[in-house]
Design a protein around this ligand. Sequence first.
Ligand SMILES: [Zn+2]
Length: 340
Amino acid sequence: MKAAIFHKPFNLTTEDVEMPASKDDEILLNIKACGICGSDLHMYKLDLYTEKLCKRTSKGLVPGHEFAGDVIKVGKNVQDFQIGDRVVAMFSGGGFAEYNSVKVFPGFNVHKIPPEMSYEEAATLEPLANSLHATLKGRPAAGENAVVFGAGIIGLGIVQCLKALDIELNKIIVVDVSDERLEMAKKLGADEAINAVKTDTDGKIREIVGWSPLMVYPDESTAHVHLVYDCVGYIKERSEPPVLQQAINMLKEYTGRVVVHGLFEETVPLDLSYLVVKQVDILGSFGFLPNEIVQALEMMETGKVDRRQIITHTFPLDQAKEAFDMQCDVDNSVKVIIKP
Ligand SMILES: [Zn+2]
């Protein structure tokens, strides 16, 4: 079978490899669609998290952990699936291949999908569940102002979740460096979109949501931002201070919280004075809970969330490298899917 092999940064080739063995607690899938994740890009650009993201074959490491396809073999200890089921699966590298075996954690990492849901759409379930988990961790409430940094798949998913959950936020503001992605954020329901390269982000946010003097230091002030979603983390090649720093600086006193989902490509220095003085809550977010993946799938099935519009490109497996390069091109892509 064919599979995409990661060799070293920016070096990915499609090769012939052996079929994966499948064990008694695994199912074997004929993969129809697999999404390129933000974490895959950390690997592709910097060789970070590589072992965690890939499955080993005799020709090298195969990434891909957000995929959908047909069940073609069922291990004897697996209860809930049959040959022919259309499923979405996650938590296993090896998705950028014609076939992949997946260990089944019942009720968690493999789900049947309805006939009308495309494999491409289904492949975006895993990041949506991540977005839902992050959204809920922030405890968004009616009347609050939320700022989402990063309009990639996770940040856009957070916008979709905030809308789908019918939380009557005052303003959802999205900040990114790509006008294309900001356009998409507005289409999905963001009230305001700010290009961080072209605009003074903090000033613009103050203009939109207002600001007040600090209780403890009345000659200093802070914006009326209750909640920041950091879907950027720290990207080495960007010159701005980490979003986490910007979040600490802009959040409201006492009640402000920042949910950090983006990964950090290196250690960053932070000025934490405002963290203490304003009593900001920093919340980490990674993955999701079993009930959240079920809820995310329901949101897609019922049409509360439409993931089709964020898929901007599909590529065949033979063009896996082109697909990764397109996913790196933030000005021209949102979600890239490989169709083996
Ligand atoms: Zn992922």
